[in-house]
Structures are given as C-alpha cells and as structure tokens.
Ligand binder design. Structure first.
Ligand code: C5P
Length: 402
C-alpha cells in the first residue's frame, strides 16, 4: 500500500510517544519512506535516535538546526511528503494547528504542507473532553484533517476514559485505506448491529454480556469507507460513532428487533455483529429488588432471533451473521449459517487470546453456504471489517479485482 509513499510522522510530547516507534516500524515494513519530526517535549519521552534508527532518516526537532537534507528544510519537507500523521497528537499541537501557530519544526511543516494530515489525539480524558480541545478538533475536521481515534481505555494517569491513542496498527491501516481507498459499495445501504444488549431485571440491574461493540463499529466504519450509507443499531458501548455513520441506540433485544426490522426493507446488506441476549427476564420489577437472604429463581423467556427472522424475510439482501463460540467453532457456525439462512457467517473463537470481546484484534474465518472458507490470521477488527466489505461487495456482484 505504501510503496513510493513519503510519510512524515510527527511525534508530540505525550506518554504515548513511545508508540510512535511502532507506527514508524509498521509503515516501513509496508515500504513507506518515513520521515520524523518531534517536538522538544516528545524527545523527553523517547530518544530521537530510536526513531531515527526505525525510520532510517534523520529526525527533525529544531527549526534552526543544521540542515540535514535540504535548505529551508521545513518547506522542502512540507512539499515533498505525501501525508503527515501526528501520533500522538497532544492537546497542545491540536491547539497550535487550529490557530496556525508555527513555533517549531513540526508545527511549521504542518502549516506549510498541502499534503493530507492525520492526527491521532492522545491525552488525559479531562483534557480531551475540555471544550477547548473539542472545539479545536472540530475546526481541524472542518478543515479536512483526519482525526484517528482516540480510543477509550486505561490511561497513564491511572484512570479509564477517552483519550488513549488509537493502536498503531489501526493508525497505519487508516493511512493504508486512505491511499488505497475503494468505493465498492457506493449507492448501497447497509445496516450493522453492534454491542451487547441489556435485559433489565429492575430499574438498576440488567442481564448483559461481554461484547464491547468494537467489531460491529469497525464493520460500520469499513462499510462507510467503502461508500455505503451505513446505519448502526447499537446496544450500549463506550465507543464513538464512526464518522459518517448514522447510529440508532437501543438497550434490549426487543428494541434492537424493532429498529432492525424497521430498516430491513430499505437496505442491501445487514451485518449482525451484536451479541443479542437469547433470553430476557419474564418480569421486570418496577422497583429495585431487595435482598431478603433467600435463594431466588429467575424466570427467563426467549427473545426473538433477529437474524433468523431476517433470514426468513429476506428478498435480495445480503445477510452476514456472527458465530462467537467457545467450542466446536466450525460445526456451530455452519449450523447457524443454515438455520438463519445467511450469505456469510463470521466464525469467531472468543476463547483465543487476541480474539473476541474487548480486544482490538480478532481471529476469524468466513464461511459461505457453498462450502467456501477463508481463514484469517490475527488482524485488527477494522481489517476484518475491510475483508468483510470486500466479500459483501463480491456477493452484491461488484468487481473487486485490483
Ligand atoms: O444463535 P446465536 O446467538 O449464537 O447466533 C449469533 C448470530 O445471530 C449473530 O449474528 C447475532 O447478532 C444474531 N442473533 C440475533 N438475534 C438473537 C440472537 C442472535 O440476531 N436473538
């Protein structure tokens, strides 16, 4: 994807600066020519020598250093590169970019370049949610700058929240996508379900599951990137809606059923990545259930199987189901494919490390009713989404040959 591409990696001074090493290394492994510009504070977190060795190019820090390559380096570099990715991008660099401040090498290149710019924000969640940071991000996005992430998760400050830098693998894949973008699904409509449904027991408790929603969100993003008009019916998750995707939020399986069925006749593709509760409590208590020291039995009643219902109702739609299993993966997946009348089933052994719930990566196989099977190694969920998009496009009769 990156053969012949010259990419400037900008590194700013956050704890995630060490992850820039992986971004650079991955870009180089995919044959990009990588240049690096660091802010002074970034050099406190990771040595320029590390990034110089990984990029195989001198690292730029100061504006008035001895020229390493050309005269007026920031201008020649700004014109030379095909893209800039700032990873991590601190609140400070986002502010400087938003107001056009150029007081060091990186910020000057960012002002001088006309190449596409990507930023991977990384900061403490309070800084990320500060209205100033949010306003700056809006300004940058309106200007066409691509914001990648941030993710939600454990932060160096010891808290959990938004502001963690996107995984290097995902940053590099977004760039790859940018350079190799395809519009296979332009004019098509897609519906994706994601997350784990919650079945209320009383006003404060519910029966839920471990689904993080990451897989479904990644698929929605991949469908949208491929040009499909995409609706995401989402059970509760901590994830941000992918840009350009329309999200409908639901809680329970019955709400998901209603939302999916309401859109089904209008769409060309449905991907059911949600973990839908098979049962719900027979009664939902109006008040919080009080403990009284005795054992209790919970009566459960079955929820509708949304996918099976779509399988019965489908006309020309392509249906994709998931089989998240803990044993007999392929046999269970094959049965599901037949029982639910789907065109493709994604088999997913959720017990493997690097696969399943919460993980940014997954290990899956695609199974088709004609007996075909495609196995994938451990790849990011976004990459699984992109492979799925390609298969969906083929099933819709689109020519996906390079
Ligand atoms: O039968 P099982 O729940 O294992 O099948 C998984 C597939 O069926 C997933 O694609 C899931 O979204 C879908 N499903 C559904 N409605 C349910 C249960 C599962 O659409 N009630």
């Amino acid at each position: 994807m990156f053969i012949g591409k010259k990419i400037l990696v900008g590194v700013t001074g956050g704890i995630a600066a060490y992850k820039a090493a992986e971004v650079i290394s991955r870009l180089r492994k995919q044959h990009a020519e990588v240049h690096v510009a660091m802010t002074k504070s970034a050099t406190e977190f990771i040595a320029p020598l590390t990034l110089q060795s990984l990029s195989a190019n001198p690292v730029h820090v100061e504006l008035f250093d001895e020229p390493k390559l050309w005269n007026v380096e920031h201008i020649s570099l700004a014109e030379y590169i095909d893209a800039v990715v700032v990873a991590p991008a601190t609140a400070n660099i986002l502010t400087k970019m938003a107001i056009g401040l150029a007081d060091d090498f990186l910020s000057t290149v960012l002002l001088a370049t006309r190449a596409p710019i990507f930023v991977a924000p990384a900061m403490n969640h309070a800084m990320f949610h500060h209205p100033a940071t949010q306003a700056n991000l809006t300004i940058l996005k309106d200007r066409g700058i691509h914001a990648l992430g941030p993710d939600t998760g454990f932060q160096a400050c010891g808290t959990v929240g938004d502001g963690r830098m996107s995984e290097p693998v995902e940053i590099v894949e977004s760039l790859a996508r940018f350079f190799g973008g395809k519009d296979w699904l332009k004019g098509k409509r897609a519906l994706v379900t994601a997350g784990g449904t919650r079945e209320p027991l009383d006003p404060v408790r519910y029966l839920g599951n471990r689904s993080s929603g990451r897989m479904g969100y990644a698929i929605a993003q991949a469908l949208q990137e491929a040009g499909a008009e995409t609706v995401l019916v989402s059970a509760p998750t901590d994830l941000a809606t992918p840009p350009g995707v329309t999200r409908i939020s639901v809680q329970t399986a019955l709400e998901m059923y209603d939302a999916v069925l309401a859109h089904f006749s209008e769409v060309d593709v449905v991907v059911k990545a949600a973990a839908v509760a098979d049962y719900r409590p027979a009664v939902q208590a109006e008040q919080k259930i009080k403990k009284d020291g005795t054992s209790r039995t919970l009566e459960l009643v079955p929820n509708p199987d949304i996918l099976a219902e779509l399988g019965r109702k489908k006309t020309s739609q392509i249906l994709v189901g998931f089989a998240a299993e803990t044993e007999n993966l392929l046999t269970n997946a094959q049965h599901k494919m037949q029982r639910k009348n789907v065109n493709l089933i994604v088999a997913n052994d959720v017990t493997k490390p690097g696969a399943g719930f919460g993980s940014p990566t997954n290990i899956v196989s695609f199974l088709f009713p004609d007996g075909r099977k495609i196995d994938f190694p451990q790849i990011s969920k976004l990459e699984v989404g992109r492979h799925l998009v390609r298969e969906i496009a083929c099933l819709l009769g689109v020519d996906t040959k390079e």
